[in-house]
Each structure stands twice: as C-alpha cells, then as structure tokens.
Design a protein around this ligand. Structure first.
Ligand code: AQP
Length: 331
C-alpha cells in the first residue's frame, strides 16, 4: 500500500497559506494510502522559541489539523518528539548528506539572514526532514511549493543511502498542489504568507474570529487599477483570486469574467465572505477540541503507538544495513 507522510511545525494555530497549500491536501490524501501526519516539534527548536509555549503550540497545531478534517480512523496523527527514531534516523542520514547540498538550501539562507546567531539545527533541518519522511518509507509527501527543494534533497539522500547500503527506501514524491501552492501575504503580496516572516495583518489564521478574517481580507493591499484579473503588477489581486478560487471551487478565469464590470470593493467583500465560510466550521471544531484535552491526548497517544511501530522497524533496518549490531532490548 502507498504511504503518505507530511509534517507541520507547531507554530500554534496555522494560517490560510498552510491550510490551502498543505492541510486540505492532507485531508484528501488520507485515502490515498496509509497516511502519517506529524507535528514536527523537533524542527521548531531550530529557531529561537519559547519553551513554556512549545507544548500548547503543539496541541494547537494538532487540534487545527483534526478540525480541518484529519480523521484518526483514516490516518495517524502524532508528535515528532514522541517517536525517538526521528532524531536517531537523522543522525544516521547525516552521514550520507553533504555540507555542499545543505549549503544550497534557500530556506536556510532566508531563515538565517539577519540573525546574530544561527543554530546548527537550522542548517541540518532538511536531514531531519528526510528522516521524518524516509522512516515511513513514504511515496507521497503533500507540501506547499516552498518545500520543493527540501523534498528533492530527501530523494537524493534516499538514493545515496540505497546505493551505498542496499535498497531500503522508495523515492518520495512531493505532491505540490496545482493551485494555491503559494499563498501570499495580504499586506506584502510579493512575500509568502508566513508565521515567522509575514505581517500580522497580512496573515489570516485558520482560527481567527470571522470579523478578524473579514477585516484582514478587506484591507488587503491591491494596486491602483480597477480590473479583477491576474498579471504583471497585480500580485495582490491575483493572490485574492487564487484564494477565492480555492474557497468556492470556481476556476480563476471564471472569477475574472464574473468581476469584469465590478470594482475591487465588491470583489474583496466576496472573498472575505467566502473565506469566513470556509474557515467557520474549522474554527468551531478547533474550539471544541481545545476545550477538553482528553480526546486530543488520546488521539496523539494512539498516533505515537502506530508511528513508533513503523519508524522503529525502519530504524532497525537502517542500523542493520549500515553495519551496526544493536542488541535487542533487555539483551
Ligand atoms: N504561504 C504558503 N502558501 C502555501 N503553502 C504554504 N505552506 C507554508 N506557507 C505556505 C506549507 O504549509 C506546510 C506547513 O508549513 P510549516 O508549518 O512546516 O512551516 P513553514 O513552511 O515554515 O510555514 P510558515 O508557517 O509560513 O512558517 P515560516 O514562517 O517558518 O516559513 C508546508 O507544506 C508548507 O509548504
């Protein structure tokens, strides 16, 4: 059976870009094979973070995924730090990853620029990401466009491991959506919507109250023209067209035609209404899940058990292939 894997950082409640670019595809991909979704809290410590908030943020992210439609009966949802094989596997794969390829990662360059101190974890982040994916022998990895380069690296690492130590890993394919792969910041439409680098007003959170969602969309930066269409110099309007297209299922061309005789005001009002309705049920379910931790903790515990079974078995195969002879537990 095909395996699906994806990871998401515990930056608390996620934004509309995460939802459109990744989370809604996690939901659809639950039925494309055995699916594993991981809240990657070990990745979160690669940049400065607040230890007191890490656990709550992890639960917020897990609750957001469930509220968006992940069904624990159809997928495994778990927390990365609960499965020790991820960190162990990353160390092993670090022996076949090279400094040269890690040096070429654009996300490392973007995230390290302007910082006084950059952690070694930020540099080796893609190796841990490769371990996340390969421990589940995943074939399909639903991600946004910003993860394309990291996925290519994971494939190269898998290929090199296979040729040096014997065929173990299938080569994972990035499943990047045809539309909505890069949702832009509403205030700075040349930059992607982002938790760490976006503007607060330009970033719609999945669980923002409806009035906040509507206000952020209505105040989105556009251009001085009047035409609702995509194109050169129209990044702001183009971004809103893509968002409306995902929210309503209408093709961008049909949206452009429908608004030919209308101005930006009407258009933004309709985008705001559509996004409010898209996110309303997710927010409601999220608030329920966060009101009582019992259900959420149970789901993550069952997720840890299933993920550990698979990851521990792959880790044992990796160790064996690499020449280690680790005595069995209690032996
Ligand atoms: N703006 C975006 N448009 C489409 N997809 C996006 N993704 C992220 N931003 C956009 C996709 O969401 C998934 C989870 O991302 P993540 O939580 O691991 O963190 P990230 O990619 O680093 O996203 P953030 O929240 O925007 O964080 P920073 O500020 O660190 O960049 C991934 O599949 C990603 O492609």
């Amino acid at each position: 059976m095909a395996r699906v894997f994806s990871g998401i950082q515990p930056t608390g409640t996620k934004h509309l870009g995460n939802y459109i670019g990744a989370i809604r595809h996690y939901v659809a991909d639950q039925d494309k094979g055995e699916a594993f979704y991981c809240v990657v809290d070990l990745h979160a410590i690669s940049v400065p973070y607040e230890p007191a908030a890490l656990h709550e943020n992890t639960l917020d992210t897990a609750a957001t995924l469930l509220a968006a439609g992940l069904d624990p009966a159809r997928c495994t949802l778990f927390v990365q730090s609960h499965v020790a094989a991820h960190a162990y596997g990353a160390w092993l794969l670090g022996s076949v990853a090279t400094m040269g390829e890690l040096n070429r990662m654009t996300q490392f360059k973007e995230k390290s620029t302007g910082r006084d101190s950059v952690s070694a974890d930020l540099f080796t982040y893609p190796v841990l990401q490769a371990a996340d994916i390969l421990l589940y022998k995943a074939d399909r990895v639903p991600v946004g466009d910003d993860q394309r380069q990291h996925l290519e690296l994971a494939r190269n690492i898998a290929q090199r491991f296979n040729s040096r130590f014997g065929e173990l890993f299938p080569l994972p394919e990035a499943a990047i959506p045809a539309s909505g792969d890069r949702v832009m910041d509403l205030q700075e439409p040349d930059n992607k919507m982002s938790t760490t680098r976006g503007t607060p007003q330009g970033t719609v959170l999945v669980v923002d109250p409806p009035e906040v969602v509507a206000r952020k969309i209505r105040s989105a930066v556009t251009d001085s023209g009047r035409e609702v269409r995509r194109g050169e110099g129209k990044q702001g309007i183009g971004n809103l067209i893509e968002i409306l297209s995902v929210a309503t299922g209408e093709a961008p061309e049909a949206i452009e035609a429908a608004y030919e005789a209308k101005g930006y005001g009407d258009f933004k009002g309709d985008v705001a209404d559509a996004v409010v309705e898209l996110l309303r049920p997710i927010r409601e379910r999220y608030l329920e899940l966060r009101a009582d931790e019992t259900e959420l903790s149970g789901i993550l515990e069952r997720g840890r058990e299933r993920a550990s079974q698979v990851a521990d078995a792959t880790l044992a195969e990796m160790l064996d292939a690499m020449g280690f002879r680790v005595p069995p537990r209690g032996g």
